[in-house]
Design a protein around this ligand. Structure first.
Ligand code: BV8
Length: 242
């Protein structure tokens, strides 16, 4: 793959980097994306199920969807794109990975400086006590699962209409403020507030590089949009910049 020399230069000269990933980076690991043709589960779209309203009205259906995803994710391994991002941490003096994904594949690939800004699909929260813990059972023996106190358990993820965890959001924004480079990988750039992060970075003078299978709203402000599969493009781009 040939890359524009100025794109390589940006990667070589960066000192403070934020990488923002979406479901596209996990698709080569066999995890379906949200809005692609594989984004459907039965006849439902993610936006219809990943809400408190859907959960309250039909906790069993919503947990069936999560149990199905947890099963897929338990069989998934990090792909070369996840691994390159884990490698990037040691190259840059300042580095933060902000992932919208709840599949835990970045941690499995070795990423440490990471914010799982939409939560983690293995973590659950008691609807009564609010306590959180990892529920590793797969598949779940009981749908919906309940806490020892008898209350419903919910996935500890951020649903549509829910605020993002304050701490995670603050960490992301703090790093973006001081970043000189923000790279997005595998996101359609439509879910807020994360979709705003590239604009935020541009506003503080950072360069923005987008790696995706298709152009998105981010493309209009990105310094470079590299179209292709993350698992193929990232390793090539990384090698060319070393
Ligand atoms: C919020 C966790 C403040 C759950 C997710 C009305 C009421 C309330 C809020 C709103 C509203 N209208 C709009 C909003 C804001 C809303 C929003 O942005 N909606 C969108 C749909 C318009 N946001 C929120 O609600 C957020 N909270 O705003 O709070 C508030 C509160 C109350 C009232 C007002 C405001 C919370 C959003 C978080 C939702 N939770 N996930 C779970 O996973 O079960 S979001 C979900 O979307 C995932 O996290 C996913 O990562 C994320 C973003 O999607 P993408 O990752 O970009 O995935 P997508 O499929 O779209 O794209 C994949 C891309 O990869 C594609 O472009 C494809 O081409 C590319 N690709 C595919 N394969 C590859 C590839 N690229 C490279 N290589 C490949 N191999």
């Amino acid at each position: 793959m040939n890359f524009d020399p100025s794109l390589i230069e940006i990667l070589q000269d960066a000192k403070s980097v934020v990488v923002v990933t979406g479901s596209g980076i996990s698709s080569e690991s066999g995890v379906p994306t949200f809005r692609g043709e594989d984004g459907l589960w039965k006849t439902y779209r993610a936006e219809e199920l990943a809400t408190m309203q859907a959960f309250i009205s039909n906790p069993e259906l919503v947990w069936e969807w999560y149990d199905w995803r947890r099963g897929l994710i338990s069989k998934a391994s990090p792909n070369p794109a996840h691994k390159i991002i884990a490698e990037m941490e040691s190259r840059y003096p300042e580095f933060l990975l902000v992932t919208q994904n709840v599949d835990g594949l970045h941690r499995k690939a070795g990423s440490k400086h990471i914010v799982e800004i939409h939560g983690n699909i293995r973590l659950v929260r008691c609807m009564e006590e609010g306590k959180e813990f990892f529920l590793e059972e797969n598949p779940l023996s009981q749908l919906p699962p309940t806490c020892d106190c008898g209350a419903l358990l919910r996935p500890a993820v951020v649903w549509f209409g829910e605020m993002l965890p304050v701490e995670a959001l603050a960490t992301a924004q703090e790093h973006i403020q001081k970043a000189d480079l923000l790279i997005t990988v595998g996101t359609s750039g439509v879910v807020y507030p994360v979709a705003h992060f590239p604009m935020l970075a541009k506003g503080t003078g950072a360069r923005v590089i987008e790696i995706n299978m298709e152009r998105t709203p981010i493309s209009s402000i990105a310094d470079f949009t590299v179209l292709g599969k993350a698992g193929e493009v990232l390793p090539e781009l990384w090698k060319a910049s070393l």
